[in-house]
Write a protein that binds this ligand. Structure first.
Ligand code: DGL
Length: 297
């Protein structure tokens, strides 16, 4: 394939649902010339409570789907799916595939002064030990304290289905949870044990959590830096494409396309609109039968 063709091909990004939109947004900001194909597997969300092997199968299906849509690089914008399937995907597929754990670990290593880092993530990510290994590979002296916070994923996904008062849509509704006593109590229950460890840096090791950053940072207090892997991942994408000479040349043909296994496209559309503000985009539904058929090809 001519290198020019490759440059104009889209970047593929996926997550179990809407969490990866936090990464897609950072990529759109850092690389405005690039087209994006985003896949949200909302029907099978959450991945966090599932065995890694099952999630690895989903990673294989969605990477195959994205490659059928001609992507030039894939970002697994889900920590759980990265922990479960990044290595497999890198072995099986022949485009560059990046995950979000390594960039998050790097950002935490750079941010910490006390070398005491907390990680909040899904149960599968915490049990995989992926963050702890990634952080310790960068600095073996950093002490890592991890906590599974699965309700945070549910809160974000449920925000899609609730009616939003106050006119600021689902993102405004999520930001307002920082003032809601019931949600403050849930966050305190999860985060207090980490505060007691005197961490100075907390990694949001799940791409859904940046939607809850106001709540999380309010509970952690100003002395703890809250880290998301989105910006660092966008830097990695830039470097990978630049090194290969595959950066898109101009913005004029760039497009944003979204696909989801969700039954209700309207809910998904609302969050894309809120996240990508004024951009034009298309959204389509994908059946699980279509994905499952790809595995047997
Ligand atoms: N956004 C996903 C992650 O980063 C997790 C959500 C889920 O449990 O599916 O791990």
């Amino acid at each position: 394939m001519a290198s020019n063709d490759r440059k104009s091909r889209p970047i593929g990004i996926f997550d179990s649902g809407i969490g990866g939109l936090t990464v897609a947004k950072a990529i759109a900001e850092k690389l405005p010339n690039e087209s994006i194909w985003y896949f949200g597997d909302s029907k099978r969300c959450p991945y966090g409570p599932r065995p890694l092997e099952e999630t690895r199968g989903f990673v294989r299906q969605i990477c195959s789907w994205l490659l059928e849509h001609d992507v030039k690089l894939i970002i697994i914008a889900c920590n759980t799916a990265t922990a479960a399937g990044l290595e497999m995907a890198q072995r099986v597929f022949d485009v560059p595939i990046l995950g979000v754990v390594e960039p998050g670990a790097r950002a935490a290593m750079r941010a910490t002064r006390s070398r005491r880092v907390g990680v909040i993530a899904t149960t599968a990510t915490v049990e995989s030990g992926a963050y702890e290994s990634a952080i310790k590979r960068l600095d073996a002296g950093i002490k890592v304290f991890s906590a599974a916070t699965p309700k945070f994923v549910d809160i974000v996904e449920e925000s899609l289905h609730s009616k939003h008062s106050g006119g600021s849509g689902p993102l405004g509704a999520l930001a307002r949870l920082a003032d809601d006593p019931e949600h403050i109590e849930i966050a305190n229950g999860y985060l207090h044990p980490l505060k007691e460890r005197n961490i100075d840096t907390l990694v949001m090791g799940c791409t859904h959590f940046p939607f809850l950053e106001p709540l999380i940072s309010q509970v952690m207090g100003p002395e703890v830096q809250i880290i998301s892997s989105a910006t660092e991942t966008a830097n990695d994408v830039y470097e990978t494409l630049e090194r290969r000479g595959h950066l898109a040349k101009s913005r004029s043909d760039a497009f944003y396309r979204f696909a989801t296994t969700a039954d209700d496209l309207g809910d998904f559309e609302q969050v894309i609109k809120a996240t990508f503000e004024n951009s034009d985009f298309t959204l389509e539904g994908v059946g699980l039968d279509e994905l499952e058929a790809l595995t047997t090809k």
